[in-house]
Ligand binder design. Structure first.
Ligand SMILES: [Ca+2]
Length: 470
């Protein structure tokens, strides 16, 4: 049996076309504090630079001090070298006392002695996705039944839901439900966010909501603006393969992953439908939305929304703003699970092959040419797992040793792995299964606004990747 399951998400902020504000690592330096503070900060930074240059001998790289004795290698995955990073606090312009600037102070992190996945929330109902608005210290956790719960900065889950649309959401089987959440890059000022769910008529639905004017911890249930609702394709009598991932890209557009509706023969290779595709929408123009003029089929040959096609059930994907790469986990049929990587700048219009090929194997097409499709960066067979859960890229500040590493999982076998793409080549593959320690079937991954990495489990918990240092 092949299951396809819901999972991750992460709208981390970034320099977006339509936004101001925030990257997922730090706030933009603010000019709100005015010229005197700016001048003070500038002087302080210059002074710090002189001091630092003296200390380091002028090396441009922030390397570990040369005379530091590296601790003996241990059996952890972390580097044994102390790690020097540049602190990226949210406040980059104001000194804490008369003379010492906090800006970009180099911080030496002790060597990593181990990793853990620490439980940060429990008792949730089959959480499918995790998201956070740029610069916001809360974590928003999507429950399949149709609620969004809030994990506050103090570590508690709010009793009251941020959004409760259980009366609009159909959550039968294992793949229906509230599946995706993304915050507008300017959420902090416009309060707009987007959800993807299966409605009571069984239609995959993309909607916009806005936050309540009364409380930042409450969405306005009545603010729903439906962008689209599509029933399953005609050839399907199934209630699977809805896709449902949502992410804003560094381009400021809303990316949406849509499954084939379990009508692979008709939908997989047809770019004229929104099924089996990765969509790219402009939520800041048009009614109810626009499509970017540089979408690959903007001038014909396919649906204007479609950015890539040939997917089966790409229900969890992420967009890495730093590298402008899209990582798509595509759940396979009976043979191959896939992680596909697409470059925003270069892979528009890509055909990922389904259902002519499953991974690199021929499927419907008897005498196929796999190389004619955009093939997976990672694929694995069903000896290793049965349903891939696409993940996210670690972009946090707590574990700079993992910066840029992409994490993903298998839902059935509860393993987590990661890799780093360097020049398009998979490097530094790691197995996190021991650290994950059977925490639960991984429904999805997410980042908080700092870029730290979380996993939501089918059993109802959310766990966070943390490093121990000593
Ligand atoms: Ca494929």
């Amino acid at each position: 049996m092949v299951r396809t399951v819901p999972a991750c998400l992460l709208p981390i902020g970034g320099p977006a076309l339509h936004s101001s504000a925030v990257t997922h690592r730090q706030y933009e330096p603010s000019i709100r504090s005015g010229l005197p503070v700016f001048v003070l900060a500038l002087v302080a930074v210059l002074l710090l630079g002189v001091v630092w240059t003296t200390v380091t001998g002028g090396d441009e790289e922030l390397a570990a001090p040369a005379d530091t004795e590296a601790p003996a290698a241990d059996d952890t995955q972390g580097s044994a070298e102390p790690t020097v990073v540049t602190a990226a606090g949210p406040d980059t312009s104001v000194a804490t006392d008369d003379s010492v600037p906090t800006t970009n102070a180099p911080v030496t992190l002790a060597p990593i002695t181990g990793f853990r996945f620490e439980t940060v929330a429990e008792g949730l109902q089959q959480p499918t996705a995790i998201a956070a608005p740029p610069g916001d210290d809360r974590l928003f956790i999507v429950e399949r039944i149709g609620r969004i719960k809030l994990l506050r900065a103090d570590g508690t889950v709010a009793d009251e839901s941020f959004l409760n649309i259980t009366d609009r959401v159909l959550a039968n089987g294992i793949e229906q439900g509230l599946l995706g959440l993304a915050f507008h890059p300017d959420y902090g000022t416009n309060g707009r966010f987007f959800v993807y769910y299966v409605n009571k008529d069984g239609q995959r639905t993309l909607s916009e909501f806005s936050v309540s004017t009364a409380s930042p911890d409450q969405a306005n249930r009545e603010s729903e603006k439906v962008f689209f609702s599509y029933p399953q394709p005609e050839g399907s009598t199934d209630i699977r393969h809805y896709g449902g991932g949502l992410n804003f890209g560094p381009d400021g557009y809303l990316w949406v992953s849509v499954g084939d509706g379990a009508d692979s023969r008709d939908q997989g290779q047809d770019p004229n439908t929104i099924f089996a595709a990765l969509l790219r929408l402009d939520v800041d123009s048009g009614d109810p939305y626009g499509t970017p003029i540089d979408n690959p089929f903007a001038n014909g040959g396919g649906a204007a929304e479609v950015w890539a096609y040939g997917l089966r059930n790409p229900w969890r994907f992420t967009v890495d703003h730093e590298t402008r790469l899209v990582y798509v986990g595509d759940v396979g049929q009976g043979a191959r699970e896939e992680i596909n990587v697409l470059a925003i700048d270069g892979d528009a219009g890509a055909n990922l092959g389904w259902a002519n090929v499953e991974g690199t194997l021929c499927f419907f097409e008897g005498d196929c040419d796999p190389a004619s499709y955009h093939l997976p960066t990672i694929e694995y067979d069903h000896d290793k797992g049965c349903s891939v859960t696409g993940g996210v890229v670690y972009r946090g500040t707590a574990i700079p040793e993992l910066d840029g590493h992409y994490f993903y999982a298998d839902w059935c076998n509860q393993w987590i792995e990661s890799f780093l793409l360097e020049g398009g080549v998979v490097t530094d593959e790691r197995d996190w299964t021991a650290e994950y320690n059977q925490a639960g079937q991984p429904n999805g991954f997410g980042n908080d606004s700092d870029g730290e990495l979380y996993v939501a489990t089918f059993g109802g918990s959310v766990v966070k990747l943390v490093a121990d240092r000593g």
